[in-house]
Design a protein around this ligand. Structure first.
Ligand code: T4K
Length: 407
């Protein structure tokens, strides 16, 4: 059970036990999808003290340097440039790659992937996804290529990867740049090789909600020497020396405090992954056989960080809808999230074209991410699964009762 939480008053056996129908909430405190994993506090405090002693807070300090080296070692990638967050990292590498005009991206992603293009005057061209993996469907890319297309940004989602081989083939055939938004895929592999080594470059996120966090943070990784040089200049205003500027740049630097957090958490990375793996397995076991509820499978042949536990709710079978289930869980203090509803192409800045993407819309209307990570315990998972089972097995009754209360 989460620290300091009293046990639920009693297991919820009937739907009137649900908080939404008058029962007590299952948890006294909120359970989050993105609760940060925190490594050894003592080690972090020591590092913070060292930063204060050195009085070197940012601008390529020793911890940032060490963090970059550790990521290079872990991924086997030649270059790592630590950045203040993954959104700025995407913006910088998009520029450094010389992308312009149109870039093909999945719509089913966190909005930052699309914003990083639009913010710089490029046009994201949204592509549909493979409903099995939730990642960009390579079979739908070529029909979107126009004379203005300069690149593809694919997203390695949920701690798993895209069909990278086919994406590389398509990019090579059409002379397009290929960038991976691997915000979710640090520590994962594709065909036995670590994510980070593919396309022209990849971007990781170390945001607080990622399984490996540096509070805020990100990184650009690449095996291309020239690209790495360009990125390093751009993330520091284009400075080549004290007063020499070689190109237009921005401020994308990671701070020493962030790097200290990143380094400390890297020391516990294997433990975080093991906790996530066990949690995912428990969810799979406890939800097995529940009609209309599918846990997105993990590829056990590859390395994964298992950082997202993603359900698909088939409302035609469960009767109770994904949104109703989410609302019920929120009342129980389980803050399940419908990442990435409704798909970027249906969000205000991008919806003018009135594009329809059948699979993206179907998937984003069904997904539900559940809490995992080191703040969640097996007891919490059993309680959450018990409630999902109660709601879904009584789907019709729950749904009718909710609708009656709404009208
Ligand atoms: N590409 C992809 C595919 C991404 O998923 C993301 C980020 C990016 C690019 C951009 O990376 P960054 O620029 O952020 O490095 C969250 C995160 O803010 C975002 O980083 C992440 N993806 C996205 C999937 O999730 P929100 O709007 O859902 O965050 P929020 O504030 O609702 O937090 C989620 C849950 O975590 C809440 O229930 C509260 C809890 N939480 C959050 C923070 C920050 C904590 O318990 N402690 C905390 O410190 O976007």
């Amino acid at each position: 059970m989460s620290q300091g939480q009293p046990k639920p008053h009693r297991p919820k056996n009937v739907i009137s036990d649900l908080q939404i129908f008058g029962g007590h909430p299952a948890f006294a405190e909120q359970l989050h999808v993105g609760r940060p994993n925190i490594g050894n506090r003592q080690r972090f405090a020591e590092r913070v003290n060292a930063i204060l002693d050195r009085k070197w807070l940012t601008n390529n300090g020793p911890y940032v340097d060490e963090f970059e080296r550790r990521i290079q070692e872990l991924t086997g990638v030649k270059h790592c440039i630590a950045i203040c967050n993954a959104t700025i990292a995407l913006e910088i590498v998009i520029r450094a790659l010389g992308l312009e005009g149109e870039v093909i991206v999945p719509s089913f992603t966190f909005v930052a992937t699309a914003h990083a293009l639009q913010w710089q005057g490029l046009t994201p061209v949204f592509c549909d996804i493979d409903p099995q993996t939730h990642t960009i469907d390579p079979g739908k890319i070529e029909s979107l290529i126009t004379p203005r297309t300069t690149g593809i940004i694919a997203v390695n989602l949920w701690g798993s990867s895209c069909d990278i081989a086919r994406l590389e083939e398509i990019a090579a055939k059409h002379g397009l740049k290929l960038l991976f938004d691997s915000a979710h895929a640090f520590g994962c592999s594709y065909q036995g090789r670590m994510i980070g080594n593919f396309g022209n470059a990849e971007v990781f996120s170390f945001h607080a909600t990622k399984f490996l966090n540096s509070s805020e943070g990100g990184a650009i990784v690449t095996n291309d020497d020239d690209l790495a040089r360009a990125v390093r200049l751009m993330q520091n205003f284009g400075f080549t020396s004290y007063d020499q500027i070689s190109c237009v740049g921005t401020n994308g630097k990671m701070t020493e405090i962030s790097a200290a957090m990143g380094l400390t958490n890297l020391e516990s990375m294997a433990d975080f992954i093991e906790v996530n793996r066990r949690h995912r397995k428990q969810y799979a076991e406890e939800l097995a056989g529940l009609s209309g509820v599918t846990l997105l499978p993990a590829n056990e042949e590859e390395k994964s960080n298992y950082q997202y536990v993603v359900l698909e709710i088939d409302g035609a079978t469960t009767v109770v809808t994904r949104d109703e289930l989410m609302q019920i869980l929120h009342h129980e203090n389980v803050l399940a999230r419908r990442y990435f509803y409704p798909g970027c192409h249906r969000m205000k800045p991008y919806s003018l074209s009135r594009l329809t993407l059948v699979e993206t819309e179907r998937v984003s209307d069904r997904v539900l991410s559940l809490p995992t990570g080191t703040s969640i315990t097996p007891y919490d998972i059993s309680t959450i699964c018990g409630m999902i089972r109660l709601v879904v097995t009584n789907g019709r009754e729950v749904s009718e009762k909710l609708r009656a209360e709404r009208s």
